[in-house]
Write a protein that binds this ligand. Structure first.
Ligand code: RP5
Length: 158
């Protein structure tokens, strides 16, 4: 089980950390790189060539004119999850639209602005098709979440 996490800048890392920890908790090998579609295009392409045959999912995070997930998706058949990063004066809406509005033929699965955790969960769900143990882990994750919400709810009930 292997996930590549690519971010447009090291400044994006704090938004990814919680998700990376979750992936590692479930024994997923995670490779993290700071490579930009605009500033290091050649190195990005070599990295994609390296991982094409040994990686299950790519999480690509970027802010501003966030072309990174789309550019990656155009060069690979590995599913790409795009994480829009809020890193400009436009509150992340610029990144969200750059990532979600892909043209016909090259999809990027886009998650909530700045929510690296959801990118990781989506990666786990995709991989659970191939790795049944992950499905069990995710069932437990949901059960724990449900229990936590119901515990909180107790405080509001009479
Ligand atoms: C984007 O520009 C990056 O993904 C980051 O969100 C934003 C700012 O990058 P730095 O100026 O912090 O390197 O390409």
């Amino acid at each position: 089980m292997k996930v590549a996490v690519v971010m447009g800048s090291k400044s994006d890392y704090p938004k990814l950390e919680e998700g990376i920890n979750l992936l590692e908790k479930y024994d997923v090998e995670v490779v993290v790189r700071a490579l930009s579609a605009h500033r290091t295009p050649k190195q990005l392409m070599s990295f994609l060539e390296e991982i094409e045959d040994n990686t299950d999912v790519i999480i690509a995070a970027a802010g501003k004119a966030a072309h990174l997930p789309g550019v990656i998706a155009s060069h690979t058949l590995i599913p790409v999850i795009g994480l829009p990063i809020k890193s400009s004066t436009m509150d992340g809406l610029d990144s969200l639209l750059s990532i979600v509005q892909m043209p016909k033929g090259i999809p990027v699965a886009t998650v909530t602005i700045d929510l690296g955790l959801n990118a990781a969960l989506m990666a786990l769900q995709i991989m659970s098709i191939k790795y049944p143990k992950l499905k069990e882990d995710l069932k437990l994750y949901r059960e724990e979440m449900e229990a936590k919400v119901l515990e909180d709810d107790k405080n509001f009930r009479g």
